[in-house]
Design a protein around this ligand. Structure first.
Ligand code: ZN
Length: 350
């Protein structure tokens, strides 16, 4: 079968691979739609170290091709979604309520990390009953592809931000995860959402997803702008959806004493992420910092699919480009350069 791979650090291309085998609890899928993620780009540029001929991608929906003998709730032909994160549900971390960290830090992240990813003609899924979900009839494959990571991660950003109903929140960066954090904050009843972004198309989408104010960091210090907007009070919660130490520091600075900073950004560079000492109340301002990796699992996927079924959110507004599977390299290049106002490129497998 054909797979789109990271050949080595900095190099991508197509490779011929064997169709994956299916263990007793596993499933094998035939992808129909996928989405390229900025973290695929980070991976190719060394964020997780060297890899050779590793199939890329972790956002995909498809049709079940085969299941193991112990899989009960899925069979060949079912239309399903699989989470970007596929935890080991029997691990101690999962039993402790931290399924994304199974067996080691970030251990639930398997696709395009510790095993081949989803940009291939066939894909292996561990623990099929726990990591797959059926797609409701009224939900399209394209919509469902967004629950795998963008909705799960972005909404987690809002959930971890402990936004009081009617409270204020600042969301730093309106890439696809930040946009879904904005939407998540709106769904959770935030009274005021301040989105930090400079790209006009992303600002427009942020408003579409519920932002009340846009802070353009190209027009001045975002901390000052947010303090001005809030009469120097700051916000109840801040969400970091970029993965830079400066934006993390800004989140701590704009959050009120007692507020919450929720990190969803992928901090792939530098040795440290800094906490500004004074605005942290010299360690005593009761500001909580929450972190998380995209939650996976069937229950999570089903809840997100319900939001699509009831039309509470339209994630397809983020689909800015489409490519056939054979042109995944072009989609990848655009994600790398962020040219042509790209937000999310959809991959059509058939
Ligand atoms: Zn992703």
């Amino acid at each position: 079968m054909q797979a789109f791979v990271m050949k080595e650090l900095g190099e991508v291309g197509f490779a011929e691979k064997d169709k994956p085998d299916v263990g007793p609890n596993d499933a094998r899928l035939r992808p129909t739609k996928g989405l390229v993620c900025t973290s695929d780009v980070h991976t190719v540029h060394g964020a997780i170290g060297e890899r050779e001929n590793l199939t890329l991608g972790h956002e995909m929906v498809g049709i079940v091709d085969a299941v193991g003998t112990e899989v009960e709730d899925f069979e060949a032909g079912d239309r399903v979604v699989v989470g970007a994160i596929t935890p080991d549900w029997g691990s101690a971390a999962a039993q402790d309520g931290h399924s994304s960290q199974s067996n080691q830090a970030l251990g639930g992240w398997k696709f395009a990390n510790v095993k081949d990813g989803v940009f291939a003609e066939y894909v292996h899924v561990n623990e099929g009953d726990a990591n797959l979900a059926h797609i409701p009839e009224s939900v399209t494959d394209e919509e469902a592809a967004y629950v795998t990571d963008m909705m799960s991660t972005g909404f987690m950003g809002a959930e971890n931000a402990d936004i009081p109903v009617g409270g204020s929140v600042a969301v730093f960066a309106q890439g696809p995860v930040g946009l879904m954090a904005t939407k998540g904050a709106a769904l959770q009843g935030a009274g005021r959402i301040i989105a930090v972004e400079t790209e006009p198309n992303r600002q427009e989408l942020a408003r579409e997803y519920g932002a009340d104010d846009i802070v353009d960091f190209a027009e001045g210090d975002p901390v000052e702008q947010i303090m001005d907007l809030t009469d120097d009070e700051g916000v109840d919660s801040a969400i970091e959806a970029l993965g830079r130490t400066e934006t993390f520091e800004q989140c701590v600075k704009v959050t009120k004493p007692g507020g919450t900073i929720s990190n969803v950004g992928y901090h792939g560079e530098g040795e440290y992420v800094n906490i500004p000492r004074e605005e942290w109340g010299v360690g005593m301002a009761e500001k909580t910092i929450n972190t998380g990796l995209c939650p996976g699992g069937r229950l999570r996927l089903q809840r997100l699919l319900r939001l699509l079924e009831t039309e509470r959110v339209d994630p397809t507004l983020m689909t800015s480009h489409e490519f056939p599977f054979e042109k995944t390299d072009e989609a990848f290049r655009l994600m790398e350069t962020k040219e042509d106002d790209i937000i999310k490129p959809l991959i059509n497998f058939e």
